[in-house]
Write a protein that binds this ligand. Sequence first.
Ligand code: GAF
Length: 376
Amino acid sequence: MTDFQSVFGAAPAGGWAAPGRVNLIGEHTDYNDGFVLPVALPHTARAAVRRRDDGLLRLHSEQGDGTVTELGVAELTPGAVDGWAKYPAAVVWALREAGHEVGGADLWIDSDVPTGAGLSSSAALECVVATAYNDLHELGLTAPELALIAQRAENAFVGVPCGVMDQMASMCCAEGGALFLDTRDLSQRQVPLDLAGHGLRLLVIDTRVKHDLADGAYAELRAGCERAAELLGLRALRDLPAARLETALDRLPAELRPLVRHVVTEGARVERAVALLDAGDLAGLGPILTAGHASLRDDYRVSCPETDLAAATAVQAGALGARMTGGGFGGSVLALVEDGALDQVAAAVTTAFTEAGYAAPRTFAATPAAGARRIS
Ligand code: GAF
């Protein structure tokens, strides 16, 4: 364990934090201009930062190998930085690309957001750096503007063609609520999620199957959706109403049909979920989660044996509903459980994993936490 002072030999100008997220419902809808409903986790990336005037970006991560990575801000180029350092570097690059005259910094980073678990550890890292730079350079950017900078960093510098959900969740979520976000115009509303008041808990099951969105599968899915929208003469799949889904499917090549069916039915699931939460029927969310998993498994095909087993076992063991969350190809499952059933559901999934010969999953209960903020 180190701190800013021991690594950089002086005090930082301040400290910032930005959370990871779980998405309640609305998966693979964000790059189709659709709706999402994420919740910020209590797990955060934290950064202690001090400006530098010599154009150097010096980076230390408590999760790294103990060394300081030194980069010249003016020489930052997409593809030129590897490992965790590419995320903070990407944000500084994206701010400069957007015309903000920001320079170097000393950055000490620590994070307890599980990596490769579909819980947005990279967005948390990007957003904490964007928030710190915004404050230290008095850029005056709003939270959604910073989310867009972080998304551009991920798209153009890191090379993942992600949507904007994870960065918006990390920047804009509020404690005790879910963020109902329209990813087309970024209009948003905090939907209260008083789990404790309804005797409910959100159980997160990290299958420990690492996913990597940079491997091309995510980009292929996105391209498939864009192709389908183009064939249907739509700006995005968000513009296909559920009532016209079946006739639209007839006009598409067979391989694109399941993608479109998932995106359209998933958008409807987000709207139903929000209506239920507004009506105070939190338990009603359960079947929506389970239906969302089936759609991701059977139509979008981004689940894997471990997430399928975790979701099915959670429901068999008494969860009101369960589904994979995030991009897929591994990562985490989210289960809605009654207070008293949390331990039994977690234990049942762990046992099922042992019996299947899988490594034990990591489980924890998530309470809806706050978005990016200054902490010192
Ligand atoms: C990943 C991406 F980064 C998001 O933009 C989103 O598309 C998600 O997968 C799937 O809903 O987390």
